[in-house]
Ligand binder design. Structure first.
Ligand SMILES: [Zn+2]
Length: 313
């Protein structure tokens, strides 16, 4: 017969009971008597659909088991996992200016390897931080737009603190866009000279940035150094200033090691990193292999643009 162990807090902030066997119960809204409150197994939802109930005596916190037994074994890692996620949420709401990476490594600093193995991946943890912030700052509604057309800049972004207009241009006028187009042409293609059809050699000629051959060879090979930049940016936020002392640098490296251990703990039980890093670019490979069959170069460019999510009419 299990006994009352302690009250714990669910990921959503609701009170739950942990019993001495490691099972968790949520409060049931009905069925209370003057002397007891009614709780049901936290796994009452599909797919488990456990029907086990317990009754908590208000006088001395003693437990009485209902007639239905649990139809599953207890997952001892749940309370620790919930505690980590809850503490991350609280940190996110309390420290709106701290970098997400820092909050996560701060939270994971003392977690055991067994807890790390059950936690969601790093991207999901970052989303926990972002969602917690969005709901505490009231900006969640702006995150709902799925296309750039739907997205409307909130007034907090378009005016200064003195309520003067801040964003002067948020539209599709060609004249303004030509600045970007001209810059692109000059830097990556070379401007056309006035008296001839020849382009001036640009700062970054096409054989420097063109990935056509590389995509044909291995479409999944990274075409940018974005993931390295991401690492550098994340590491920079750990140091806070351009020229850290040796002590500060060592502390930052140790914090980084927390994340490495986190990944290793998860890899050791067969959990791969995020889905995003496993994207497959065979379709892009197809577009490149059919380069010569497109009616015109611009059709080919449109096909590539469409692949990257830019539907140009
Ligand atoms: Zn159960």
């Amino acid at each position: 017969m299990p006994t009352f162990s302690k009250f714990i807090t669910s990921q959503r902030g609701a009170q739950q009971i942990l019993d001495s066997d490691g099972y968790i119960y949520s409060r049931k809204k009905s069925g209370d008597t003057a002397l007891t409150s009614t709780w049901r197994c936290a796994k009452y939802n599909p797919p488990t659909k456990c029907k086990c109930h317990i009754y908590l005596a208000l006088a001395d916190n003693s437990l009485t088991l209902g007639t239905q037994p649990h139809n599953h074994s207890a997952d001892g890692s749940v309370p620790a996992r919930q505690e980590v996620l809850l503490s991350l949420k609280r940190k996110a709401a309390d420290q709106p200016l701290s970098a997400t990476q820092n909050l996560i490594s701060e939270t994971l600093a003392d977690t055991a390897a067994e807890v790390n193995q059950t936690l969601p991946n790093l991207e999901s943890l970052a989303r926990v931080v972002q969602r917690s912030r969005a709901s505490s700052s009231g900006s969640a509604q702006h995150a709902e737009a799925t296309t750039s057309e739907d997205f409307i800049l909130p007034s907090t972004c378009t005016s200064t603190r003195r309520d003067e207009p801040f964003v002067l241009y948020d539209g599709k006028t060609d004249r303004e866009l030509m600045v970007v187009v001209n810059y692109f042409e000059k830097t990556y293609l070379g401007s056309v000279t006035v008296d001839s059809e020849v382009r001036v050699t640009p700062a970054f000629p096409s054989d420097f940035w063109n990935h056509f051959d590389r995509v044909l060879e291995d479409p999944d090979f990274p075409r940018t150094s974005n993931m390295v930049e991401g690492f550098h940016r994340g590491f920079k936020t750990r140091v806070n200033r351009p020229k850290p002392s040796v002590q500060e640098y060592v502390r930052a490296v140790k914090e980084e090691q927390v994340m490495t251990d986190f990944h290793l703990d998860r890899l050791s039980v067969g959990k791969t990193p995020s889905k995003r890093r496993r994207t497959c670019h065979t379709h892009l490979h197809d577009i490149c292999s059919f380069y010569s069959t497109y009616p015109s170069k611009i059709d080919y460019v449109f096909a590539v643009a469409k692949y990257f999510g830019n539907d140009i009419e």
